[in-house]
Design a protein. Sequence first.
Length: 167
Amino acid sequence: MAASAEILYRPATPVDGAEMWRFVQAAGVLEPNPSYAYILLCQHFGDTCVVAERDGEMVGFVLAYRPPRQPDTVFVWQVGVSPKTRGQGVGIRLLRYLLALDGCRNVDYLEASVTPSNKASQNLFRAFARKSNTRCRKLPFFPSEFFPEPHEPEYLYRVGPIRWPEA
């Protein structure tokens, strides 16, 4: 486990899925998914999912996976940071911890889809790129017409290449 101040960062397990679901429900700003999705992602992609805790309480998480057709990329499906810890760098540290996991070995790019109204995520990925001394490109991804319900377009934020320190 890695610590930053009193916040602990660790790989997620399926047991964390239910708490992630509750976290999203309480946040009210994250796109909710069925609880099963959180549990399943932590089971199947636990080597690319991270939890941040303070005093045993979840204060943030990242759900991510390696797309099968893009072995050099990790796709961040969802990031959540509690209002209590926003502005403290938790999101950046979650992403750094994610990239340090064995499941992200040989990753050169971090990607995420972000809607135009999600300024917090836009700022997170741009700041992460800046602090990682690399680029953040915004690319078209899923237009509104792809969705069966009213939905903003999703843009792909592509951060990289990620430069790893020489061993």
